[in-house]
Design a protein around this ligand. Structure first.
Ligand SMILES: [Ca+2]
Ligand SMILES: [Ca+2]
Length: 479
């Protein structure tokens, strides 16, 4: 009997006997972009014509969440479709860490490569580097161009790890088909432009295949720096009073150019209509230079939260709600702003559903397409969970509870006195009115649901890769 590979099977099962290839998948992940940092989301001082166009040609998520308020855990949730606390990731793998993303937890590319997709990762890896098996060329990425650690200089890269130590100038790798290589990086080249160029070339090379491209810019993360050419263009666009807002605008424009170049290559190759693009940030605005040292909504920092409370590192909305766009011709309505909560966990199940792949484990996300198409008016998620070290949040409907250590270190409150707050997000999206005293039973209900989930993590087949959060398995913050 003829044995079909999963991909061939898919072709026949989805399209009858017409050998039409499945759609391509691109994830464009930005590092530390706030919900107030894009033109179409209301940032009048940001020049983002290509990203704005992407949003107008697709749907953008009014309540687009990620699973963590910092880089590493957020990426782990996105790439697995599961809350990363399930498999022990509740912190960042630093450059010196001996740990990495668990081998027994599938990532999106593991599924897609097995189904015949060409897989490419470009940019920041951040899933571990201490052992070979943590690295992208051993995790089913046919092609990788980028760096393994969490932060990087935009203009310089060393050729050895010894040389790079302490400078965030890690070697830039180009790994092809399982062979690791180090690039002779030309000093002065701007890393954002290099990643864009690599992404465009990956698409050009693989236009005939079904492909998956994971493009993880390290911009607009620290160190904040943009070449003069981008600064000149944003200066032409408008005047900036905050010098770092101007630099951020330049860095953002570089990403926008990259998005434009990717779209152009898709059109040139005639695959724009057959390619899904998800664009999102890994966490909210960082507290940065010019930061107001206040725990409340600032919106005068370099990066802006768009009026949301809190920043990167907080489980307030400003830390976990991000710009989030899906453009997918024929699948996702154009020009829609989708009102219900959507989370990065939904990307894996959405792509796998299209590719006809059944995941080998339960996923926390859902296939978002029927929701975006209006085939169901139900919310994709009734409950959502967040945990980052001591911080946590749990949303049920429009109620959310949240505990944040920022009040410990910013307001100098002893941890024991920092209380969990309750907000109603549709009535109070800026989280100004703590409703806990008025709605104690709602609070108790959400807290109990949060605890019952949180106490199960990590699941028994996974080690805890970071110190157990202080609040887990204790009830010291629950009166
Ligand atoms: Ca980040
Ligand atoms: Ca925090």
């Amino acid at each position: 009997m003829l044995k079909l590979t999963p991909l061939l099977f898919l072709l026949f099962s989805f399209h009858g006997l017409v050998a039409q290839k499945p759609d391509n998948f691109i994830i464009i992940l930005i590092d530390d972009m706030g919900a107030g940092d894009l033109g179409f989301m209301g940032a009048e001082d940001m020049l983002t014509p290509n990203i704005d166009k992407l949003a107008s040609e697709g749907s953008w998520m009014q309540q687009g969440y990620v699973t963590s308020s910092v880089c590493g855990p957020s990426r782990a949730g996105l790439i697995s479709g599961r809350y990363q606390d399930r498999f022990g990731i509740c912190g960042n793998f630093g450059a010196q860490s001996t740990k990495g993303f668990p081998l027994n937890q599938p990532m999106l590319q593991d599924y897609l490569k097995a189904a015949g997709y060409k897989t490419g990762a470009i940019g920041k890896w951040h899933f571990g580097l201490a052992e070979d098996h943590f690295k992208p060329h051993h995790r089913n990425f046919d092609y990788f161009y980028g760096f393994y650690a969490g932060g990087h200089s935009y203009y310089e890269a060393a050729s050895t790890y010894e040389e790079a130590k302490g400078k965030d100038q890690w070697p830039i790798h180009r790994n092809v088909n399982g062979i690791e290589g180090i690039v002779d990086y030309k000093k002065g080249n701007y890393l954002t432009d290099e990643f864009s160029r690599e992404a465009v070339e990956f698409i050009e090379r693989n236009a005939e295949e079904p492909f998956f491209l994971y493009l993880a810019y390290n911009a607009v993360h620290y160190p904040w720096d943009a070449p003069q050419s981008y600064l000149d263009r944003v200066d032409e666009f408008r005047e900036y009073t905050l010098p770092y807002r101007r630099i951020l605008a330049g860095m953002t424009l570089a990403i926008d150019d990259g998005v434009g170049a990717i779209m152009e290559m898709l059109r040139e190759k005639g695959i724009e209509e057959n390619t899904a693009i998800v664009f999102l940030s890994d966490n909210g605005s960082p507290r940065t230079i010019n930061s107001p040292h206040t725990y409340n909504t600032g919106d005068i920092t370099m990066s802006k939260t768009g009026g949301l409370r809190g920043y990167k590192g907080d489980t307030y909305e400003g830390g976990i709600r991000v710009p989030f766009i899906i453009k997918w011709p024929g699948q996702v309505p154009a020009g829609q702003s989708y009102p219900h909560p959507v989370i990065s966990l939904d990307i894996v199940p959405t792509f796998l559903a299209h590719a006809g792949i059944s995941p080998s484990t339960d996923l926390d996300g859902v296939n978002i397409i029927p929701h975006l198409q209006g085939k169901t008016t139900e919310r994709p998620h009734e409950n959502l969970y967040w945990r980052y070290m001591d911080d946590y949040a749990y949303r049920k409907g429009d109620w959310i509870i949240t505990w944040n250590d920022q009040e410990n270190y910013m307001k100098k409150l002893p941890k024991e006195e920092v209380r969990t707050k309750l907000f109603h997000l549709s009535a109070d999206p800026a989280q100004k009115e703590n409703q806990r005293n008025r709605e104690e039973s709602i609070y108790q209900n959400l807290q109990a649901e949060f605890d019952s989930l949180d106490l199960c993590f990590p699941e028994k087949e996974f080690p805890m890769l970071f110190p157990v959060p202080y609040t887990r398995k204790k009830e010291i913050f629950v009166p």
